[in-house]
Write a protein that binds this ligand. Structure first.
Ligand code: GLA
Length: 727
């Protein structure tokens, strides 16, 4: 097999090749590491792209003597540092022992290794020696002896490159890392747009596309989690790029805490994009010999629009991030008690849901919030992970046995990182919460955050959670996290590291949970999709996408989510109408079709269903199970923009292209209705596909070029699912 990583001895050029992309950088005569190229596959050395004009007004490194054409402020770089004469946004900011902020990284050496590097304690892309190679480039500041190992993982077949950095203080004195990114992309010229995904609780991951112009555009999180407000994944696209044409890049941060993504067009119209740790609330001290790991960013490039980029990320996340038993397994169709009963649950409620679930063909019942301590609403009880047997009317063990006896699996909700002030746990261990001494803490949902940077705190909670999970055959856990961090301070940890160590603590807890319960399916959640990121997906192969279960809003939330995250990761349920978050009425069929673009389930009181509705649900579950493998492993194509088009549409195509499932939900209805033609994607142009429902046949090319007319049926939010098969 040809090497994916090549080093050109004479020119000191590193080339990273994947099936369709090339990444190139060069060590120049002064030891600076310059970025040369990232994009569609090319052959040859790209150093001809570097041009040298008089840049005397921009600053020139001392080593270049009287050569005013050499400026760090102009040249594209791999890991730009503050204080080096590059005045653009920096990947690294170091405060030295003498108070100066400067780091002058020069090349020391490199290593190429088989396989993909790992990042101890952090989630990261994994791949075996046949699938990946690693490049490590060692850089050093000759004065402070701060070293940076730039890590590049190349997954040739997946067309992705990962980047990360280890920052090591090899000097005697102490330094503070004030800012650290894991990836920088410098583009020479061009007009790029930045696409990011913003939102709020119950309305996550809206698509925003803005041109990158002079100045800085920054998104990120200071909330301790990746957040509802901005997702840690962005695209950079040439201005004309669309769903299936044009150049675009992805940067996905494999991290669940504070982050920052920056885009800047500089004075010479070059564009720089950075992805890494948030610099606010972060001052990471390094004494001599200590090091800091920067979580990784997954880079991807597509010359064929967003659709291909998304599919690359879907596959990479599914196969190289998600782990555990359920990585490649059908996920249980579940019914969750939250919107069915909220806090008003009992053993009877759960058993009734389980009975109905069994009759409707579902696999699992999940007992959501309200089963422990004193928890009649969200003002108390968190931390008291003792089963409230009085409320349940039985022991947890008995409840689980009774559920299992119906042929239904059992799952449970937990929120380990949190504590209510009104709890025995708080009364005993009030000093385990995050708060700044002498100040009153910020409350959110009337709860406080435990200091998960502390091992003793984690161990205690872990023990409590295990004693619950050991009470019966619990096959699923919904791990929730319902507020942002504030009052960043730890009684035990070094200040400046706390937000970083908190996230490491969460990962450590999850890792231990996975090891102790290897068959457990863990679904992530944070007030819905407030921690929906590739970092969490390393531990939880699915994440509750949003607390908003309204199908119309969900279509948009799932549209935004689909740019990077695979359908197998998207927790999605059918809920009751009028919807509890919006009051909207959407047909059961549209709710079903929408929820089938995810890990399907229900979240409603089955006691209120009519016989007709039950019958329809029975059919829905059957249908989902029939298509489950196609949905989970097939290629996903977006066919419309539900923010702009009168319908939402997407499709799944099997790897061999022999089977496809088209999904359409009509969003608008008017008098004398116009016809919507949905153009399909991803089919075999020459093949004839049969619509399994009607028996009609169409060529793939016709379906893709001209599309299918949608029926002009009257009714709001009508939904269609059309299975197509090569016959
Ligand atoms: C969060 C979750 C919900 C539900 C509640 C319970 O909001 O996102 O699904 O579990 O907490 O309190």
């Amino acid at each position: 097999m040809p090497m994916a990583i090549l080093y050109h001895e004479e020119k000191h050029i590193f080339t990273l090749q994947t099936t369709r992309t090339t990444y190139q950088m060069k060590v120049d005569e002064f030891g600076f590491l310059l970025h040369l190229y990232y994009g569609g596959k090319i052959t040859g050395q790209m150093d001809y792209l570097l041009t040298y004009q008089d840049r005397g007004f921009s600053g020139n490194p001392f080593d270049t003597g009287n050569d005013r054409t050499y400026s760090m402020d102009v040249l594209p770089q791999e890991y730009p540092c503050l204080g080096s004469g590059d005045y653009r946004s920096s990947a690294l900011v170091i405060r030295n022992g003498d108070g100066s902020e400067c780091c002058d990284l020069r090349y020391v050496g490199y290593q190429i290794k088989k396989g993909k590097y790992g990042l101890s304690g952090f989630p990261a892309v994994y791949a075996d020696e046949k699938e990946a190679e690693t490049l490590e480039i060692l850089m050093e500041d000759p004065v402070s002896k701060v070293q940076v190992v730039l890590l590049y993982g190349v997954l040739e077949g997946e067309d992705v490159i990962t980047r990360s950095a280890r920052i090591i203080n090899q000097g005697e004195g102490s330094v503070v890392v004030e800012k650290a990114a894991s990836a920088c992309l410098d583009f020479l010229g061009g007009n790029y747009d930045m696409i990011s995904f913003y939102g709020r609780h119950a309305m996550e991951r809206n698509f925003q596309r803005i041109p990158i112009r002079h100045g800085n555009f920054v998104i990120g999180s200071r909330r301790g989690t990746s957040s509802h407000q901005y997702n840690p994944a962005v695209m950079i696209a040439e201005s004309g790029t669309s769903e299936d044409a044009g150049r675009c890049y992805g940067m996905v941060f494999v991290y669940s805490g504070n982050f920052m993504a920056e885009a800047e067009m500089d004075q010479y119209d070059h564009t720089r994009v950075l992805m890494g740790l948030q610099s606010d609330l972060f001052h990471y001290p390094l004494s001599g010999g200590e090091e800091l790991l920067v979580p990784e960013t997954i880079l991807g490039y597509s010359g064929n629009g967003f659709g291909r980029l998304s599919r690359m990320y879907h596959k990479c996340i599914r196969e190289h991030i998600c782990r555990g038993k359920y990585k490649d397994q059908p996920r249980p169709v579940l019914i969750n008690s939250w919107e069915a009963a909220y806090f008003n649950l009992s053993g009877e409620t759960i058993l009734k849901l389980a009975k109905d679930a069994a009759g409707l063909g579902m696999d699992m019942v999940v007992m959501d919030d309200g089963w422990f301590g004193k928890r009649e609403d969200d003002n108390s009880g968190l931390g008291d992970w003792q089963v409230n047997e009085k409320k349940l009317g039985c022991t947890l063990g008995d409840l689980i046995s009774n559920v299992n006896a119906l042929g239904v699996k059992f799952g449970i909700w937990i929120e380990p990182e949190m504590i209510s002030e009104d709890s025995d746990f708080y009364r005993e261990h009030g000093d385990w919460v995050m708060r700044i001494p002498g100040r009153k803490p910020v409350r959110a949902r009337n709860q406080l955050v435990l200091d998960f940077s502390r091992q003793d705190v984690r161990e205690h909670v872990f023990g409590q959670i295990c004693q619950v999970l050991d009470q019966g055959n619990i096959e699923y856990v919904k791990w929730d996290m319902n507020r942002s961090l504030a009052d960043i301070y730890s009684l035990e940890d070094v200040q400046g590291k706390v937000t970083y160590d908190y996230v490491l603590g969460v990962y450590d807890f999850l890792e231990k949970l996975m090891q102790r319960y290897p068959d457990l399916l863990i679904e992530g959640c944070s007030g819905g999709g407030g921690r929906f990121d590739a970092g969490m997906l390393y531990y939880t192969p699915q994440i509750w996408c949003s607390d908003n279960t309204d199908a119309v809003d969900r279509l948009r939330i799932q549209y935004g989510t689909s740019f990077f995250y695979p359908v197998s990761a998207v927790g999605s349920h059918v809920s009751a109408v009028p919807n509890h978050q919006t009051g909207r009425n959407v047909s059961l069929s549209a709710r079903g079709v929408t929820a089938m673009a995810g890990t399907f389930g229900y979240e409603l009181d089955t006691g209120t269903l009519t016989e007709e509705e039950k019958e329809e649900i029975r059919e829905q579950v059957k249908k989902y199970k029939k298509y489950e493998s196609l949905i989970r492993t097939g290629d996903y194509y977006r066919l419309s923009d539900p923010f702009k088009d009168p319908y939402a549409s997407w499709m799944f195509v099997s790897m061999d292209k022999r089977q496809a499932l088209l999904n359409v939900v009509m969003l608008e209805m008017h008098g004398n209705m116009t016809i919507s033609y949905v153009r399909l994607r991803g089919l075999e142009p020459e093949a004839s596909y049969q619509d399994v429902g009607t028996g009609k046949c169409y060529y793939g090319s016709a379906l893709m070029e001209a599309g299918l007319p949608m029926p002009a049926q009257m009714g709001e939010y009508l939904a269609y699912q059309i299975e197509l098969k090569i016959i």
